[in-house]
Design a protein around this ligand. Structure first.
Ligand SMILES: [Zn+2]
Length: 199
């Protein structure tokens, strides 16, 4: 039988050298998911990617989808009953609630979050079995809730690291600058026209 693995070296070049890795894909999914949050002050997104780099769940900070907006406030001041806090589910817990797959798969999955988690989400992350977390924004990492989260992670062998935006610097920078995603119309940009001509 003919040997099929002997491809001449000169035919092996030309592949793209710079492609997005699992971390970049995971964080971009988390950022896109954050844009679905109706929270007027802080939009947060979370995504879970399995060990093979496949997206297996997403979530943002919102009320459960089926709740009537008119029955639940979204403010953050005054009597707590009339603020968002009793009713909103954080992105990490929504992301875990949205996961319908095999729980064992979470053991070697990674959760991507656009904002460092609070202590309540840290407990849920621990219970889920997820062992690794990548976060984008650490502006609250020293508040008491996030310190609690770090104490939980450090004592339960959950590792966490700040996201390093290498191949998607521009998209991440614009998100950090505005804390929301600018949905640009692409149709008439020269860039899109140029790309289309290539196919
Ligand atoms: Zn939380």
């Amino acid at each position: 039988m003919e040997e099929l693995n002997n491809i001449p070296n000169e035919l092996l070049g030309g592949k793209r050298e710079t492609v997005m890795g699992n971390d970049e894909v995971g964080m971009l999914h988390a950022i896109v998911e954050s844009s679905k949050s109706k929270d007027p002050s802080t939009q947060v997104g979370a995504a879970i990617v399995d060990k093979d780099g496949n997206l297996i769940s997403v979530g943002c900070n919102n009320n459960p989808a089926e709740w009537e907006d008119k029955n639940f406030p979204f403010g953050n001041e005054g009597d707590s009953e009339y603020t968002k806090y009793p009713y909103i589910i954080h992105a990490e817990r929504n992301c875990l609630a949205n996961y319908n797959g095999d729980k064992n798969k979470l053991q070697d999955a990674t959760m991507y979050v656009t904002l460092f988690p609070c202590n309540e989400c840290a407990k849920s992350i621990y219970l889920s079995g997820i062992k690794h977390l990548v976060y984008l924004d650490d502006r609250r990492i020293d508040d008491s809730y996030s310190k609690g989260a770090r104490r939980i992670f450090d004592n339960t062998n959950i590792t966490y690291e700040k996201f390093n935006p290498s191949n998607c610097q521009g998209m991440i920078a614009s998100f950090i600058a505005g804390n929301e995603i600018e949905l640009l119309p692409l149709e008439n940009t020269e860039d899109v026209q140029r790309k289309r001509k290539r196919f």
